[in-house]
Design a protein around this ligand. Structure first.
Ligand code: BG6
Length: 490
């Protein structure tokens, strides 16, 4: 049966109304941390302004230091000032803060969870007069996940009131483990305590507008899909360059490195979206399952191949950063030439690259098409007329296509031109939504499409772990800050 436009609009509206009609409590563990101040509070506030939070919602900020609700509200302002962020204020923010309360507690102290439970039950019985939805956001270092999750479960905080009412969900940040073994352990622990539909593993890249659009762009335009394969595509580059260095995050970063920090997650999610098969629906299981199939099909790089297909680098003076080992072997840059073992992509190289302290900040996917063998080549000195499709993620979000056109005039020469658009566009009044707004909204809605599944996480580690292992014995290439990384080529 064909769904009419009106029916679709109605069902989207009904879904929004349904999602927002239920009372919902969001508990943030790590409420005094950077993520909460920088991203979560502003994103919740934006959703509130847009009317995209449940009518009855409460945010419970859980953290160690003793504070009253008012003191926590002041703390948010002070921290925003300290970090030179936009300071949220005004009557609307004050109204929003009425929904935000503070709960002092220690992550490993059972008493703290009893107090939290008391508070949540109090809200349900006194304020909402019904059982509310509960969302637990773990904005804490991963070594605290187990302690918090076990305590939540032990104190019965993760049990829904009934099948139809009061769901409970958890939101967790990357990294999910540090190799395939630790990821498996974390996964086993999670699956003992929660069902997969309760677990929302964040990869904020999946929530970025340009990345979401890859599927729409590829599968809704007849122009692209027929050429999206080894017969037409020469190579694909996926990169995240950052001008910033480790910016005082040395203690965290030195223990992680670039491949674990952005490779195992953001870059591989980009790879999955650009290479996956058509899921034929936007149902989260269909999309996640196709993304997973790509992860499974990446050709492993092991043993001697690691030096042939990968480069790891470190910017000079990295070892002088605060809290970084003076003999650190940690990579701040990597480049990998990967292949996908399936009929669509056999033989097409995917260059995966990322670095800190680079010449520019840029995140993008470049799809290079092969040369046309039937072109007219009026230019002297040969032609290499190739089309390049760029999915731009940073600094601006948009898509551009380089194509070849006749240069106006009496002489027949060709020149490269660009067809492009940006998401933030004054002419159309389009504005992108911050990835964290999307993450929070989708989790409340219960849509897992743009969250990583357990299968995806484990398959990504399976690819990355042997590379990290072999790197212990391979050469580290040093590069100057403000360049495009080591000069070595793959
Ligand atoms: C994070 C990494 O996941 O992604 C950071 O831990 C990195 O090191 C950041 O800077 C990049 O994200 P974005 O959205 O700024 O491109």
């Amino acid at each position: 049966m064909k769904t009419t436009k009106t029916a679709k609009t109605k069902s989207a509206k009904n879904q929004k109304d349904y999602t927002l009609s239920k009372p919902t409590i969001i508990v943030i563990f790590g409420a005094t941390g950077d993520l909460c101040i920088r991203k979560l509070i502003p994103s919740f506030f934006n959703l509130y302004k847009k009317g995209m939070l449940p009518q009855n919602f409460r945010i419970v900020a859980f953290s160690r230091r003793p504070m009253t609700d008012e003191q926590y509200h002041d703390f948010i302002k002070e921290e925003q000032q300290k970090r030179k962020l936009t300071v949220l204020e005004g009557p609307e923010f004050k109204k929003f803060l009425k929904h935000v309360s503070y709960q002092e507690g220690l992550f490993d102290e059972p008493e703290s969870y009893k107090n939290l439970k008391k508070k949540l039950i109090g809200m349900d019985t006194k304020e909402f007069k019904r059982c509310s939805n509960k969302l637990f956001y773990l904005a804490v270092p991963p070594d605290l996940y187990q302690t918090i999750l076990k305590n939540l479960s032990y104190h019965g905080l993760t049990i829904a009131c009934s099948d139809g009412e009061g769901w409970t969900r958890i939101l967790i940040e990357k990294p999910f483990g540090r190799d395939d073994e630790t990821a498996k352990k974390l996964d086993q622990m999670l699956s003992k305590l929660f069902r997969e539909e309760q677990i929302f593993r964040i990869d904020h890249y999946l929530a970025k507008e340009t990345l979401q659009n890859i599927l729409m762009f590829r599968f809704s335009n007849m122009l692209f899909e027929p050429t999206w394969n080894k017969n037409f595509i020469e190579k694909i580059e996926i990169k995240i360059y950052e001008k910033i260095d480790v910016q005082g995050r040395g203690a965290f970063y030195d223990n992680i490195g670039a491949l674990r920090d952005v490779g195992q997650n953001h870059i591989l999610r980009m790879l999955a979206l650009i290479a996956m098969e058509n899921p034929h629906s936007l149902d989260s299981n269909a999309v996640r399952s196709e993304r997973y199939k790509v992860m499974k099909s990446i050709q492993p790089i092991e043993g001697k191949d690691v030096d042939k297909y990968t480069i790891r680098g470190q910017y000079k003076d990295y070892r002088k950063e605060k809290s970084v080992d003076s003999n650190s072997q940690t990579e701040t840059y990597f480049k990998i030439k990967a292949f996908i073992n399936n009929a669509r992509w056999k033989g097409v190289p995917f260059y995966l690259e990322s670095g800190k302290a680079m010449k520019e900040s840029k995140a993008e996917i470049l799809v290079h098409l092969k040369e046309s063998n039937a072109y007219l080549c009026p230019n002297e000195g040969g032609c290499d007329f190739k089309n390049v499709i760029a999915f731009k993620i940073q600094p601006e979000e948009g898509i551009s296509i380089r194509f070849w056109a006749k240069k106006p005039g009496l002489v027949s020469t060709l020149e490269p031109r660009e067809l492009s658009f940006l998401y933030n566009d004054a002419a159309t009044n389009h504005k992108t939504v911050d990835a964290y707004e999307r993450v929070l909204f989708d989790c409340i809605k219960g849509d897992q499409t743009f969250f990583t599944s357990t299968d995806e996480v484990l398959a990504s580690w399976k690819f990355v772990t042997p590379i990290i292992e072999s790197w212990k014995k391979s050469k580290l290439h040093f590069y100057d800050k403000g360049t495009f990384g080591p000069t070595t080529k793959l």
